[in-house]
Design a protein. Sequence first.
Length: 183
Amino acid sequence: MGFFSRFFTRFNKPVNVVVVGLDDAGKTTIMNRIMPQKGQPTEVVPTVGFHAETFDKGSLKFTVFDMSGAGQYRDLWGQKYAEADAVIFVIDCKDKIRVCIAKNELDNMLAHEDLAQKRTPILFFANKMDIAGCLNTGECSDALDLHRIKDKPWHIAHSNGLTGDGIPEGVAWLTDKLLEAHR
């Protein structure tokens, strides 16, 4: 491989990111905030099955799979784990009742054969932090028992998908982890 070939392969490294979470957690809204402005739709509709978007961000070429969180589609999540370089798990912080369901889905994800043995970084977005009385990031972390995750890098970030608050910081953490993996 020549110098120029090596030089250019350092840029736009392809990475696959799977975005999961229960229905109405804000996955699509957050994904739209991550994408470059020209690709953002003005209206968000619930995802059926999954939706994929590809875009460049820095030196990475992202393919992001926005997976439906509706119960009948959650089995599809596992079909994307084998090719996942990272996972974004979105938690609806105002939905205190269903946080136990989110924990169950997280447990299933962590035990999945295509993720269990990999050091896939996981970014947790504690979403809808603008709503009074919602769980804070510490309460989300405790409810999901995140501190038990010892074999994967993970980070929990507060977020508001509507305003974009907290999303750039979370994505910056994830980008750093993805770049570390591609060195």
